[in-house]
Design a protein around this ligand. Sequence first.
Ligand code: URP
Ligand code: ZN
Ligand code: ZN
Ligand code: ZN
Length: 462
Amino acid sequence: GRKSLLIKGAVISDHLTSFQGDMLITDGKIAALAAHIDAGAQACEVIDAEGLVLVPGGIDVHTHFNIDVGIARSCDDFFTGTRSAACGGTTTIVDHMGFGPEGCDLFHQLRVYKAYAKESAVIDYSFHGVIQHIDDAILGQMEAMVHEEGISSFKLYLTYGYKLDDEAAFKALRQLKKVGAITAVHPENDAAISAKREQLISEGKTSAKYHAASRPLECEAEAVARMINLAKLADDAPLYIVHLSNGLGLDYTRIARAAKQSVWVETCPQYLTLDERSYERPDAVKFVLSPPLRNASECDKLWVGLADGSIDTVATDHCAFTTIQKQPGDRDFTQCPNGIPGVELRMPLLFSEGVSKGRIDLPRFVELTSYKPARLFGLYPQKGSLAVGSDADVVLFDPAMKTTITHENLNDNCDYTPFENQACDGWPVLTLSRGAVVAAHGQFTGKAGMGRFLKRKPFSGE
Ligand code: URP
Ligand code: ZN
Ligand code: ZN
Ligand code: ZN
């Protein structure tokens, strides 16, 4: 029969406006939204949400669950990763698939990752395609990936094992635009990183704290600028900069956008709330990720970007390794699997540091965490929307709840959080995925396999 849920008296906000009112959910979809909705004759469960804030469920478009990075496999799979996401108010993830065997086609990793997620994921999910080399066969597979498989974004790397050179990046950008996909890039200058690494090693500077010195922000900013220009040259291909960590890179994207170029920017909570002082700690390995944490002044520049609209999305880059897995990095940063956990804390941290501290308003919070991700990655209006007919993926925040973050209370499969001891003003207290309660007060109430694979629409702008 029809199952209905009525949420009453919340401050309801989408990416445009906020108002106090009620929401009716029927059969997993948003059925009505108004200042007052009566329970009426139909059997209907009612939630009193007076004093709470209701927003669209979070969409985290940058996770790495169950990823094999060669020296280690990340400790969160599609069950523990999406469970953790759900408890933090995120109801959709778009995962960055890892590299497959050398020479594999574009469909290979999609098959592998669909199998990883199928019986495991708690919330709805998709994947970004991964491009590890370019030839005519790969270019020819892009159309079917977009229009048959529903994969309308692809990531390429300018460093790491399967880095693309300029020629390959150019060809990828041009063809992806042609078939209706957006290109996401991990921008870092590989040659500069290699040279810095060699120099540090020759000076015996190999402990974890030197990780940051091996990839200064100019490595990243150079690659951002290069990709912007290549994208322009490649028939004005749409470009998405992942995990931006610094103000110089952001300035390059501002120049491009001022000239109406199709460039979008993502940053992550770690670049907003943590800085390079973490590398002076005895447990510096817990903060080894790429790009590395920067000087605190860069955090401030990113906050300006969030407030002024030059940053589009906040995602996590959740790529969790346990303390034991990170340990080899203690003596040799080149042996530390890169990445940190964070999928559960994106919504709470941005709510607390952003909304509660008055740096961004509620609609902007929704834009950054849900609406823009949905638009850019072909999920709107099924996701990222509170319109009648949209999936009832919603999260209720208690803005008055004060919490101190501790890993003990998190729902991932890691053994630490880099955000330990951070104070949070406001916390997600209820998460609904297609109308079903998947988390309540930090407790997981969902089931493995509830999540569905989302076929995404071709890229169509923001
Ligand atoms: O250090 C990181 N960020 N690891 C995950 C892979 C990536 O570069 O996004
Ligand atoms: Zn087609
Ligand atoms: Zn990356
Ligand atoms: Zn990543």
